[in-house]
Design a protein around this ligand. Structure first.
Ligand code: FES
Length: 160
């Protein structure tokens, strides 16, 4: 009888151990996910802001995609540009093809140059822009409403 009681309490102890380990793992998963998502977007009613990172996080000549927000940030020698990754034809998500230095749309074969101008395909206008502000050496992008444009102009760049 005494051994049986000891066996049961050992089993319970192991059960509590598994329960505690499971709680730690679930807590880590939830906490990690929230920590990953939380700092990217600060959203108030009617306001969506992407804090993309520090100026020095972006290399000149490189394009960075913020997948969740569907925003490309392109740092050129003259400044920064934030563009919507949504194709201006029928709203597919375009991708940056670094070796060819073009944005390509997988749906109908459109191509855009690094400043978002249409090179080929059916889109009626360049890729849409998002306003950028540099606040204390951070790139802050207003992703409330993309700005449509007819062409690229150097004034669309924001210098650091
Ligand atoms: S949706 Fe991009 S080319 Fe048609």
């Amino acid at each position: 009888m005494a051994e049986e009681e000891r066996g049961i309490s050992r089993r319970k102890l192991i059960g509590y151990g598994w329960l505690a380990a499971t709680a730690v793992i679930v807590g880590e998963l939830i906490g990690g996910t929230l920590a990953y998502l939380w700092p990217k977007i600060k959203e108030k009613p009617g306001e969506k802001i992407l804090i993309a990172g520090k100026i020095d996080d972006f290399q000149v000549g490189k394009v960075v995609l913020f997948r969740k927000e569907k925003v490309f940030i392109n740092r050129m020698a003259e400044g920064f540009m934030a563009m919507s990754a949504i194709c201006t034809h029928l709203r597919c998500v375009v991708r940056w093809t670094e070796p060819r230095e073009v944005f390509e749309c997988p749906c109908h074969g459109a191509k855009f140059n690094p400043v978002g101008e249409v090179l080929e395909g059916p889109p009626p206008r360049p890729m849409d822009l998002y306003p950028i502000e540099i606040v204390e050496d951070k790139i802050v992008v207003d992703i409330n409403k993309p700005i449509q444009r007819k062409s690229y102009h150097r004034s669309q760049l924001v210098s650091a």
